[in-house]
Design a protein around this ligand. Sequence first.
Ligand SMILES: Cc1cc2nc3c(=O)[nH]c(=O)nc-3n(C[C@H](O)[C@H](O)[C@H](O)COP(=O)(O)OP(=O)(O)OC[C@H]3O[C@@H](n4cnc5c(N)ncnc54)[C@H](O)[C@@H]3O)c2cc1C
Length: 421
Amino acid sequence: MAGLAAAVEVAGSGRHVIVHEAGRACGGRARSYDDKQLGCRIDNGNHLFLSANKTLFRYLGLTGALDTLAGPKAPLFPFVDLEEDARWTLDLSRGRMPWWVFQPHRRVPDMRLPDLRSLYALMQAGPDTTVSDCLLPGALARRLLEPLAVSALNTDCATGSAALMGAVIKQSLSLGGSACIPFHARDGLSETFVDPAVAHLRAMRAEVRTQSRMTGIETAQGRVTALHTAEGTIPLDAEDHVIVATPAPVARGLLENHLHGLVTPTAFESILNLHFRLDTPPQPIGSFARCGFMGVVGGIAEWVFLRGSVLSVTVSAANRHAARDPEDLARAIWREVRRACDPTLSIPLPAAPAEQRIVWEKRATFAATPEQNRLRPGPATPLANLALAGDWTNTGLPATLEGAMRSGILAVHALGLRAPG
Ligand SMILES: Cc1cc2nc3c(=O)[nH]c(=O)nc-3n(C[C@H](O)[C@H](O)[C@H](O)COP(=O)(O)OP(=O)(O)OC[C@H]3O[C@@H](n4cnc5c(N)ncnc54)[C@H](O)[C@@H]3O)c2cc1C
């Protein structure tokens, strides 16, 4: 996403752009593929994003993909609490004044108004503070702020950076419900974020070369002078610029001999997605039908998404489940899915687990702790024509689609290829 966002931005300025992607297709950690076991197309993982994500919506606008989204078109978030047997739909008021907190049917059940001070504490947090340091115990923390923080940071609250979570709140919830309308890809991540961008780039005469792995660079006199790729060495001329938008460990391996003192995040968290394929598409009712997803509190599952006949479950910060037997985990999650979904489906789910696929992204994101956040480099480098991009660079946000795309734009600005604004 960082590389594609940068490419789309630069291609729009009339320059010639070449994207080198190591994989068979673009998309990286946000991609769709045909799964032989399930016999259908799935995403590597469910992705939720918000109307506040300005860079992301600009990208979708430029690539003509705004009509590929799904979601309730309102700031609605259905939740179920499996431990305390409760269901509610968070129904934010659209304006900046949070009227929803005064209306019991719109807010988190049993929350107390003084607990909203947790939000203020997160927004004011310093660089060493963790999310847990800022949360006042109570229903607001357990039923909303903890689940949101774990999903946004992909890191548990005890170690997750409060400053990064504070940045998310400042750029979404604190702006009012209009900034918090949730969206997901209607047909698939590639259909929304990749295919339209690649088509747009080709229309702008940019080249997108897949299976074209960068293996190294050559430098002289403070500039990158050649790229080593799987296809051979590509000499660069004085006008050429390079944006390295690979994951952090790859960027480090490619560049550390040329950028002395380069530091990058070193700790990563996994995300587990469990996709269940049903024989017939479940028919949701109520806000689950309207939203296409549901938040789950008090279980292993954290979010359930429904697309056609596939129910997909997300578990963030999943390193904590790494020692569990995957089949046992899948059975436990299926039991939770049935409890969460059955009351919101016109026909209950079958008792036996449906056909399933576990996608365990081991290095889904950098661990968003205060320590790791300090290791994120900015886009500019000592090499005049080289910039860094990727969700792990210093965007001020956790590793998200918005953060990744923003990093691509920051890299473009750092190279002076397009002026900010
Ligand atoms: C399961 C999962 C769920 C997520 N859920 C959400 C969500 O709900 N909301 C949200 O906003 N974000 C979510 N994220 C985070 C989001 O997907 C990432 O932050 C974002 O996709 C990262 O993009 P990127 O461009 O920084 O990195 P990547 O996607 O990792 O892209 C790097 C690219 O570089 C390529 N590459 C690697 N080495 C080389 C090389 N040597 N030469 C050339 N190319 C190379 C890779 O193939 C890849 O395409 C989720 C992530 C995962 C894994």
